[in-house]
Ligand binder design. Structure first.
Ligand code: ADP
Ligand code: NI
Length: 214
């Protein structure tokens, strides 16, 4: 198995699988997670092959996109087809299982590689890109932009979080503003700071315009 070629083909596979997604989980999201993961790994270390595979494949079976996909079917099929050894396959699958935000049931990844890819994925949920993705996902799934009558629900467990149908602005309070303090690595924390501030400024502007005070 040629590692470099396998990573390249993982990117091509994701382009085919998620190329036409419009929920914020498109090919370019996975590509940015891949690039940011490698950037974080430069200062944090870790096995770059495991990191690269997990980054490219982390959304290939996301329950938000593929409700019927059973136990990382796409990711496993891709790796088996490319003769990735079972030990690496298990390490990658563990990272993918641990990566998602699940409210108070969120998991701190057990491996350094998992910590890095989770940080890169979470950086995608905050800042300018995070704002764009939240409204894209919200619109696509029929959520309102904002409704003052609906209050955010804090500290949800996984089951409540998945079943909860909130406005996109509430999603900032329920998830996005919490991510900065949930970063695993020093590098990830640093990258999260300015994105977090940008989001806070954005919300200030949003409410000033909403309330007519600006
Ligand atoms: P995770 O696996 O941690 O959920 P993803 O990479 O799949 O992360 O991205 C999920 C993104 O989808 C969120 O960061 C957000 O932008 C968007 N999203 C999820 N739920 C909502 C929601 N209820 N309202 C608006 N956006 C949402
Ligand atoms: Ni993702």
């Amino acid at each position: 198995m040629d590692k470099e070629k396998t990573i390249e083909e993982a990117g091509e596979y994701i382009k085919e699988l998620l190329g036409s997604d419009t929920t914020g989980h498109d090919f370019f999201h996975s590509e940015r997670v891949y690039k940011t993961s490698l950037k974080i790994a430069k200062s944090e270390g870790g096995d770059s092959f495991v990191i690269g595979l997990a980054a490219w494949l982390h959304d290939a079976d996301d329950v938000k996109l593929f409700s019927e996909s059973s136990d990382l079917e796409h990711a496993r099929q891709f790796m088996t087809k490319h003769e990735v050894g079972s030990n690496i396959q298990e390490r990658v699958c563990k990272i993918i299982h641990e990566i998602s935000f699940k409210g108070t049931d969120s998991v701190k990844p057990s491996s350094l590689e998992g910590k890095i890819v989770q940080d890169a994925d979470r950086l995608e949920a905050i800042g300018a890109i995070g704002i764009a993705r939240a409204f894209a996902y919200g619109g696509k799934t029929g959520r309102k932009i904002y409704d003052p009558a609906e209050k955010p629900l804090l500290n949800m467990d996984e089951k409540t979080y998945r079943a909860h149908f909130d406005t996109s602005i509430n999603h900032f309070y329920e998830k996005l503003l919490n991510l900065k303090d949930m970063m695993n690595t020093k590098t990830g924390k640093k990258l999260a700071e300015s994105r977090h501030k940008f989001m806070e400024n954005y919300l200030d502007e949003f409410f000033a315009e909403w309330n007519g005070t600006k």
